[in-house]
Write a protein that binds this ligand. Structure first.
Ligand code: NAP
Length: 294
């Protein structure tokens, strides 16, 4: 048997905390990057039980991790244990990437830029002057709506079952950015109108995600216009019922694979200080798609 020299006394640690954590593909993505770039880092998943977040964060700091990701349900709660955060994290109220710089913890949100880059690359356009409809008002919606507003969207409509959560996001946008934001329940007549009039529709709900792939976040009578761009942040399945419906109407459709990939890339660049070349990015993306079996 050959000795295993992959982890030595010099190897540095990265990781992800969440609960559950078993489904996360971040370890494969980041360890692929470590291997591809020849860096002596290893990325490990940590399941953190309810009530143990503060101990976990202290522990990761004490063990000298270079950084870690934070996923559901701790993206908001982690903020109180950080030393500094970006302005964007303060506005969104959530961090998914923490950098440990000599024992000081810095919080970032790379979901926002991950989403924006993926959208722009796949659609060939941005958000400036566009009317945007956001389906859902959970954590991902919050990050995306704030990003879209900060990049100059003309107006945002948030459509969510629990309308009070949509109104909370509208309040954040209103007081920090000022973009006009309307809120609707899915059954409101204004919701159908807002959907029809928007240039960009973004699904941030979990409706249509595996295994409930026959569900759709819009009513069966919803009609899309072919000029609309429809983005679903779900990546499993690759084409949700919503995307199939929009594609039938001739719309440009995009899934959440790119968002997932780029939020990880940005986190990795924050921890390592590296800027990953376009060529390496393409190579990493091809591996990433294989990891997901897509
Ligand atoms: P979350 O905070 O739990 O929000 C879930 C949203 O979905 C809420 O708006 C919720 O409405 C709505 N929803 C869920 N089930 C529903 C149902 N049966 N009927 C109507 N509305 C329903 O979750 P999140 O963190 O924002 O994540 C949402 C989805 O995005 C998940 O599928 C997640 O995997 C995906 N995601 C993808 C990426 C990526 O990188 N591609 C990143 C983050 C998240 P209520 O407010 O009324 O409960």
């Amino acid at each position: 048997m050959e000795a295993d020299n992959r982890i030595t006394g010099k190897t540095k640690l990265m990781g992800v905390i969440g609960n559950p954590i078993e489904h996360s593909i971040s370890p494969q993505l980041h360890n692929t990057l470590n291997k591809m770039l020849g860096l002596d880092f290893v990325y490990v998943p940590f399941r953190v039980e309810t009530g143990a977040l503060q101990d976990a964060v202290k522990g990761l700091k004490a063990l000298g991790l270079v950084g870690f990701n934070v996923t559901v349900p701790y993206k908001n709660d982690v903020l109180e244990f950080l030393d500094e955060t970006t302005e964007e994290v303060k506005i969104v109220g959530a961090a998914n990437t923490i950098k440990n710089a000599g024992g000081r913890l810095y919080g970032y949100n790379t979901d926002t830029e991950g989403f924006a880059r993926s959208f722009k690359e796949d659609s060939g356009t941005g958000f400036e002057g566009k009317k945007v409809a956001v389906l859902g008002a959970g954590g991902a919606a919050r990050a995306i709506a704030v990003k879209v507003a900060s990049e100059g969207a003309a107006g945002i409509s948030i459509i969510n079952r629990t309308v009070s959560k949509a109104m909370e996001i509208a309040g954040i946008i209103n007081s920090n950015i000022g973009t006009g934001t309307d809120c609707y329940r899915p059954e409101d007549s204004g919701a159908a109108e807002a959907l029809f009039e928007s240039d960009i529709v973004i699904n941030t709900t979990s409706i249509g995600m595996f295994p409930r792939i026959d569900e759709c976040p819009v009513d069966k009578n919803t009609v899309f216009r072919e000029e609309q761009i429809v983005y679903d942040i779900i990546y499993n399945p690759v084409k949700t019922k919503l995307l199939k419906k929009a594609e039938e109407s001739g719309c440009k459709v995009i899934n959440g694979l790119g968002m997932l990939f780029y939020q990880g890339i940005y986190a990795y660049e924050i921890w390592t200080g590296l800027k990953i070349s376009e060529e390496k990015l393409r190579e990493a993306y091809a591996c990433f798609v294989k990891i997901l079996g897509k």
